[in-house]
Design a protein around this ligand. Structure first.
Ligand code: AMP
Ligand code: MG
Length: 272
């Protein structure tokens, strides 16, 4: 099983039953091993990616509360050199941010070449939240589909490789995870009463996500729907997609000319 990008309305399957993989699941051990292998592959490829400096990589994580965005960051990127990778988390915009266009704070966090940046939430919140809570007119948030597609196309043409993951969980699994935030004292800090308001708007969020998936999955910035009820499966599928994308870039260490190397060698040898 491998994640496929969203290419048509038909490929947008985000009912409750789609939050789990169909068919036989690998054992926990096998899944862990498979994920560890992909994590190691990402780590090796990232070393070359950093040196190569031709590309940047932007990974967008979207999903409801408790869909596993934080866990994905922790598990999938645990192997990469912290010098070459960073996370940007987007909360509700501040007063200052709201005085700018909605992509202003996003663009500032776009990685430079050689770097990987993971977005924990993103510019997609600027369509989803105002749509669900009816904060701005429909024509304003619908226009953002094209604005985002154009922005991402510009980034892509400038060497930014973009991958977008929608972490899809079911209603029942979200309830289980929210309850865990109350019963597990190491998770209390994660609970916000607003999570319940958003849960009460479940169907409106589903509709908003459908709109985003249907209108903003492009060749240059595809969406992947991740069945995320099972976090081991989620980690494995995302790690594999990231590793394969890096592998396809034919990354290389920049090489110096033989004549230059000879000159360097003789200078080093003559140095004190
Ligand atoms: P969390 O990811 O749990 O820390 O929560 C962050 C909160 O900020 C979520 O409720 C998001 O919906 C909200 N948020 C993030 N970006 C935006 C945005 N552009 N507009 C409105 N709310 C946002
Ligand atoms: Mg939260």
């Amino acid at each position: 099983m491998k994640l496929e990008p969203v290419t048509s309305k038909r490929s947008i399957r985000i009912d409750d039953k789609d939050a789990r993989l169909g068919g036989e699941r690998k054992s926990d051990k096998a899944l862990e091993r498979a994920t560890a292998k992909q994590v190691e592959r990402i780590c090796d490829l990232q070393r070359v990616f950093y040196a190569d400096e031709r590309y940047a990589m932007l990974i967008v994580l979207q999903g409801r509360d408790a869909s596993g965005k934080d866990g994905t960051v922790r598990k999938v990127f645990r192997g990469v050199n912290p010098q070459g990778c960073a996370v940007a988390s987007f909360k509700a915009p501040t007063e200052h941010e709201r005085h700018h266009d909605f992509l202003w704070r996003i663009h500032r966090q776009v990685p430079e070449r050689g770097m990987i940046r993971v977005f924990n939430r993103s510019h997609y919140e600027d369509i989803i939240v105002p749509r669900v809570h009816e904060l701005i007119p429909k024509k304003v948030w619908t226009a953002r589909y094209d604005q985002i597609n154009d922005f991402e196309r510009m980034l892509s043409a400038n060497g930014v490789i973009i991958l977008k993951f929608f972490l899809h969980i079911s209603r029942a699994e979200q309830k289980r995870r929210l309850l865990e935030r109350v019963t597990d004292e190491t998770k209390n800090w994660k609970f916000r009463e607003g999570d319940l308001d958003d849960r009460a708007n479940w169907d409106r969020f589903t509709k908003a996500y459908r709109g985003v998936l249907a209108n903003t999955s492009t060749k240059w910035a595809p969406w992947y729907i991740v069945p995320a009820d099972d976090d081991d499966v989620r980690n494995w599928l995302i790690a594999r997609t990231v590793a394969e994308t890096l592998a396809r870039l034919n990354l290389r260490y920049p090489k110096a000319e033989p004549a230059v190397l000879r000159k360097w060698r003789s200078r080093i040898e003559r140095a004190d």
